[in-house]
Design a binder for this molecule. Structure first.
Ligand code: ARG
Length: 462
C-alpha cells in the first residue's frame, strides 16, 4: 500500500479497505464544504505549536504557506478530492505533505481528527449563524416596512379562522416581527455556545504536548475553551441547538406562509404576491399559484426532520467520539441551505407584496367584528358583561337574519335590544373606532403600531 493515497492510519493494517466500505464511509463528498474552517483550524494549530516550541518557525511557515496554497487551489477548483482519503481533513493533510514534503506530517502533532472535526464544525457553524442572522434581519426590516406602511389599514383579526375583532394590518405584521425577533435571539444564544474551542482535546484524553489552548482560541476568535476533553470531542448538542432554533424559525415561516397562501386566494383576496414570486399552471390559464410560501411551508418539514435525526443520532452514543457523528453533517448543511434560501426568498417576496386595503376593510365589515366593542360600550353604561354579551348576541342574530352589520343598523333597531344604547354607539361600532380604542402598549391602535415600529427598529440595532 504505497500508492499516493495511502491512508494515514494504514500502519497497523495488512489488508486494504474494501472498495465499497471506502465509498460508504467517505464524507469528503459533503464535508469538503468546511475546507476553509478546516484550514483555519490547522493554521492556528500550527502557529500554536511553533509558539510552544513543538515546531520551529520555519516548519510553521512552510505549513501555513502550504495550507494557504491549498486553499487557493480549492477555490480555483484545482484540488482533486479523493474518497480514498475519506474526509476533508485527511484530503487536505495528505495534499500538504505532497506539496511541502515531510514537514507536512508534523501538523497533526498534538491533535486528532476528533478535536479537528469538532473545531471545524464550530467555526463553520459560527460563520453560518452570522450569515443567517444578517438575512433574518433583512427580513425583519422588510416586515417593519410593511407594518409602518399599513399601520392604519384595517383587516379582520381571526381566532379559529373566524372573524374575531378588527386589527390593523401593521399590527398583524408586528406579530410576525416578534416571532422572528425571538428566533434572532435564539440564534445569538446558540452562537455563544457554538463559539467554544475543542482543540487540545485530541482524540479524547487531551495531549501530552505542552499546548497553549488560549493561544489557539485567540487565533480562531473562540470566546471559550472546552473544559473537558471527552465532552469536547463527543457532543454535538451545539448542532442540535442550532437546528432546533432553525426548525422553530422555519415553523414560524411556515405559519406565515399558510397565511399568505390563504390571503392570496380568491376567497380572501387580501394580498397580491407579485408575478415574479408565483407560477402558473400548465393546464389552467387563470392560475397564479403561491409557490414560494408553499415551498417554504414544505421546507419547514425537512428541517424538523433534521432535528429529529440529530437528536436520535446522539441519544445512544457512549463517550467519547463515535463515527456516528459523521452523520451530523448532512442534516446540518441542509438546514443551513434551507434556512438561508427561505429567508432570502421571503425578504425579497415581501418587498413585492401588494396589500389590498379595500378588500381587507370589506372583510372586516362582514364578520360582526365590532360585537365585542358593543358589549364593552354597554358595560361602560352599567350593564354587567354577561348581560351585555347576551344583548349583543341577539343583535348579531338580527343582523344575520337581515343581512346587516351592527354599524348599519338604525338607532331604533339597536335600542330594540337595549334602551341604554344612544347615538354615541356608532363611534364604537365603526372599525376605526374599534382599533383606535385598543390604545395601549402591544395594542392594535395605529398610533401604537407606529410607536412599536420605531421601537422595533431600535431593537434590531442592538
Ligand atoms: N469525518 C469524521 C467525522 O465527520 C472525522 C472524525 C473521524 N475520527 C475518527 N476517529 N474516525 O466525524
Amino acid at each position: 500500500m504505497s500508492n499516493e493515497h495511502e491512508k494515514p492510519w494504514s500502519g497497523r493494517f495488512t489488508e486494504p479497505t474494501d472498495a465499497f466500505v471506502e465509498a460508504f464511509g467517505a464524507s469528503v463528498g459533503f464535508d469538503k464544504r468546511m475546507y476553509r474552517h478546516d484550514i483555519a483550524g490547522s493554521i492556528a494549530h500550527a502557529r500554536m505549536l511553533a509558539h510552544v516550541g513543538v515546531l520551529t518557525a520555519d516548519e510553521c511557515s512552510a505549513i501555513v504557506e502550504g495550507l494557504q496554497d491549498i486553499q487557493l487551489d480549492i477555490e480555483r477548483g484545482e484540488f482533486a478530492w479523493t474518497i480514498a482519503l475519506e474526509d476533508v481533513h485527511m484530503n487536505i493533510e495528505a495534499r500538504l505533505t505532497d506539496r511541502i514534503g515531510d514537514v507536512g506530517k508534523k501538523l497533526h502533532t498534538a491533535r486528532s481528527r476528533n478535536d479537528q472535526v469538532a473545531t471545524g464544525m464550530r467555526l463553520y457553524l459560527r460563520d453560518e449563524i452570522d450569515t443567517i442572522a444578517a438575512e433574518l434581519k433583512r427580513l425583519q426590516e422588510g416586515v417593519l416596512e410593511v407594518a409602518e406602511r399599513e399601520a392604519e389599514t384595517i383587516m379582520p383579526g381571526f381566532t379559529h379562522l373566524q372573524i374575531a375583532q378588527p386589527v390593523t394590518f401593521g399590527h398583524h405584521m408586528l406579530a410576525w416581527f416578534e416571532m422572528l425577533m425571538r428566533d434572532h435571539e435564539r440564534l445569538a444564544a446558540c452562537r455563544r455556545r457554538v463559539n467554544v474551542m475543542p482543540l487540545g482535546a485530541a482524540a479524547l484524553a487531551g495531549t501530552s504536548y505542552p499546548v497553549d489552548r488560549e493561544f489557539t482560541a485567540r487565533e480562531l476568535g473562540f470566546e471559550g475553551i472546552a473544559e473537558n476533553s471527552l465532552d469536547a470531542v463527543s457532543d454535538r448538542d451545539f448542532v442540535i441547538e442550532f437546528v432546533a432554533a432553525a426548525a422553530t424559525l422555519m415553523m414560524h415561516l411556515s405559519r406565515f406562509s399558510e397565511e399568505l397562501v390563504l390571503w392570496s386566494s380568491a376567497q380572501f383576496d387580501f394580498v397580491d404576491l407579485g408575478d415574479s414570486f408565483c407560477t402558473g399552471s400548465s393546464i389552467m390559464p387563470q392560475k397564479k399559484n403561491p409557490d414560494v410560501p408553499e415551498l417554504v411551508r414544505g421546507k419547514a418539514a425537512r428541517v424538523q426532520g433534521h432535528l429529529v435525526a440529530l437528536l436520535t443520532l446522539m441519544k445512544g452514543q457512549p463517550l467519547a467520539y463515535n463515527k456516528d457523528n459523521q452523520e451530523d453533517k448532512e442534516p446540518l448543511f441542509d438546514t443551513v441551505d434551507t434556512v438561508r434560501g427561505s429567508l432570502r426568498v421571503y425578504a425579497d417576496m415581501l418587498r413585492q407584496m401588494q396589500v389590498k386595503r379595500e378588500n381587507l376593510y370589506a372583510a372586516a365589515l362582514r364578520g360582526y367584528a365590532t360585537a365585542t366593542d358593543l358589549a364593552d360600550y354597554l358595560v361602560r353604561k352599567g350593564v354587567a358583561f354577561r348581560d351585555a354579551h347576551s344583548i349583543v348576541g341577539q343583535a348579531v342574530r338580527f343582523g344575520i337574519d337581515n343581512g346587516k352589520d351592527l354599524s348599519e343598523m338604525s338607532i331604533d333597531e339597536l335600542r330594540g335590544f337595549s334602551d341604554i344604547i344612544d347615538d354615541d354607539v356608532f363611534a364604537v361600532l365603526t372599525l376605526e373606532g374599534s382599533v383606535a380604542a385598543r390604545d395601549h402598549l402591544g395594542g392594535t391602535a395605529p398610533v401604537q403600531v407606529k410607536a412599536a415600529v420605531e421601537q422595533a427598529r431600535h431593537r434590531l440595532l442592538q
